[in-house]
Every structure is written in structure tokens, then in C-alpha cells.
Design a protein around this ligand. Structure first.
Ligand code: UDP
Ligand code: MG
Length: 297
């Protein structure tokens, strides 16, 4: 049995050595065969150099280096494609995901053959601002009402799963990827375990509020066309109301016209979001470009 650990890294040079040490200790104690695949997502610090150094010392460490920053989603996808293990784990490089928790998750999965995948969810958000917590709560509520895939609030990318799950995920051709949704979409039996992320030791989070909003909106667009359909359904009573107004009153009031125009502008905006998604998928550009592979035969 072999475990592959995929680690997306963006400007994590400062933490990689310590990360590697603490993860290796735990994996070696477990006496399993493993590989650690670090994906440098176009860092502008020495992340690639650090991965090369680690690979020189420890052949369990392998690496991929992107030509520029393509985002965590792309880094995870590339890492998954390079794994050769029977079990696969994804964890962050910044020491917020503890190796002990990873092993606990791995063992739990081994114990119960009925389960294919295990996902850690953030059970405690007290470290975040009130605004962020509220927005996150709204996102999950909204997503779970309108989307085809239901997400457990706080579900993270910190996961361990079987090779079958990985194969299903990397077979999907879509270019704009939202892995949390994809995990839910491919199905398989999943266990959810609570966890509290540790504090970041080096550097700072790469997620600004704007980036998070874009990511959440992208997630909804990836898995739901309900808003589009709803627009169609709502059009019918609006059209009838407009028609009645016109027939009964002979003309439409200014207020009604203004209301209709604002609804129309909103709908155009929503349609634009979906068209941009179709456009970027039709271009067929890859999710990432690899500049260098480290330690793969
Ligand atoms: N990351 C990445 N590409 C990016 C942004 C982040 O590969 O464009 C990596 C980052 O190095 C880290 C993980 O994704 O290992 C999670 O990022 P971060 O710690 O910034 O997110 P947070 O923990 O605040 O959610
Ligand atoms: Mg982090």
C-alpha cells in the first residue's frame, strides 16, 4: 500500500523544510511506502529550489514547477495526475494541516472498507472576522439551495481518498475547476471529520476577500444552472404583469418600466457570467503549464 501526498505550494519556501520534516517523521513512524509531491504554483520565492534540495536529500519527495501562478485548484490537479499511490492525500504546505491528523484520517479510511474518501471540515472559525464568517455561511446556504452538489459547511481540501476517487476526478475535462464541488459530484462514500487548522507559522494567507468571493461565485457557476432556469420561470409572470398593465392601463407606469429595466440588467449580468465560463472552456487552454519536473523517472 502506498500513500501519495499532494502539496500545493505558492511562496512557501520558508516553511517547506519544517513541513517536510514533520510530515516525514509521521509517515515513517507509520511504516508505509509514500511519496510527497510538492507542486510549486509559480512562486516568486525559492520554493522550487527548496523542493530540489529536499529531493536531493529524500527521494520520497518529488516536485512539479509551474511556468507561472495558476492557482491552488490547478496545483492540486497537476499533483493528483502525478500520483502513483493507492491512497492519495491533499494537504497545505503552510503547516496548518497537521500530519498527525492526516495519518488519523488515513487510518480511519483503512479501517472501514466501505468508505472511499475522508474530508476534514473546519469546525471552528473563531479565528476569522465576523464579516468573513457571515459571507461563508451565506455561500454555503445559497449553494446548497441552488446547486446540484451539496457542500458541507467548512469542507476543506484537506482530504485522503482512494485511487478510484482520484481517477474519477482527473478524468473530468472541465477547465475551470472547483475541487470541493467535484469531490461531491463524483460521489463515493465520504466520511467528514472536524478539524481546527493550526496557525500559519510563515508567510500569510493567499486568500483575500475578493479572491474568496470570486472562488465562491465560480463554484456556484460550476455546478448550478438553476439561476438561469429561474430567470426563465420568473420571466413568465413578469411578462404577463407587463402585458396586463399595458392592456388595462393603456401604458406602463414609469416605475414598472424602471423595475423591468433593473431586472433585465441583473439578468444580463448573470448571463455574462455563464457566457464567460463557456468561453474559457471553449478556448480549451490547459489548467497549467509545467516548467520543470523534479524526481519523476
Ligand atoms: N496555494 C497555491 N496557489 C495559490 C494560492 C495558494 O498553491 O495560488 C497553496 C498555498 O501555498 C497553501 C495552500 O494553497 O499550501 C493554501 O493556501 P493558503 O494557506 O493561502 O490558504 P488558507 O489556509 O488561508 O485557506
Ligand atoms: Mg493556509
Amino acid at each position: 500500500m502506498k500513500l501519495s501526498v499532494v502539496v500545493p505550494c505558492y511562496n512557501e519556501a520558508a516553511s517547506l523544510e519544517q513541513f517536510h520534516k514533520s510530515l516525514s517523521e509521521v509517515l515513517q513512524k507509520e511504516k508505509l511506502s509514500y511519496e510527497i509531491i510538492m507542486v510549486d504554483d509559480g512562486s516568486y520565492d525559492d520554493t522550487t529550489q527548496k523542493i530540489i534540495e529536499l529531493n536531493n536529500k529524500d527521494k520520497n519527495v518529488k516536485g512539479i514547477s509551474f511556468s507561472r501562478n495558476f492557482g491552488k485548484e490547478s496545483a492540486m490537479l497537476a499533483g493528483l495526475k502525478f500520483t502513483s499511490g493507492d491512497y492519495i492525500a491533499i494537504m497545505d504546505a503552510d503547516m496548518q494541516h497537521s500530519p498527525d491528523k492526516l495519518i488519523e484520517m488515513y487510518r480511519k479510511l483503512l479501517e472501514d472498507p466501505n468508505y472511499d474518501s475522508i474530508c476534514a471540515y473546519k469546525s471552528n472559525r473563531s479565528d476569522e472576522s465576523g464579516l468573513k464568517r457571515t459571507l461563508v455561511a451565506i455561500f454555503y446556504r445559497f449553494n446548497n439551495i441552488i446547486s446540484d452538489v451539496k457542500l458541507l459547511p467548512g469542507a476543506s481540501d484537506f482530504r485522503v481518498f482512494k485511487k478510484d476517487v482520484k481517477d474519477a476526478i482527473i478524468a473530468l475535462p472541465e477547465k475551470t475547476r472547483f475541487l470541493k464541488g467535484i469531490f461531491s459530484w463524483v460521489g463515493f462514500n465520504t466520511i467528514y471529520v472536524p478539524y481546527t487548522p493550526d496557525k500559519r507559522i510563515y508567510g500569510k494567507t493567499k486568500w483575500s476577500l475578493i479572491k474568496l468571493l470570486r472562488y465562491s461565485l465560480g463554484g456556484i457557476v460550476s455546478f448550478s444552472t438553476m439561476i438561469l432556469k429561474l430567470m426563465g420561470v420568473i420571466s413568465i409572470p413578469l411578462f404577463i404583469a407587463g402585458l396586463l398593465n399595458f392592456v388595462l392601463l393603456g401604458n406602463l407606469s414609469n416605475r414598472t418600466i424602471l423595475l423591468f429595466i433593473s431586472i433585465l440588467i441583473l439578468w444580463l449580468g448573470i448571463i455574462a457570467v455563464y457566457i464567460s465560463r463557456i468561453y474559457s472552456n471553449i478556448l480549451g487552454r490547459p489548467c497549467y503549464i509545467i516548467k520543470k519536473e523534479i524526481g519523476f523517472k
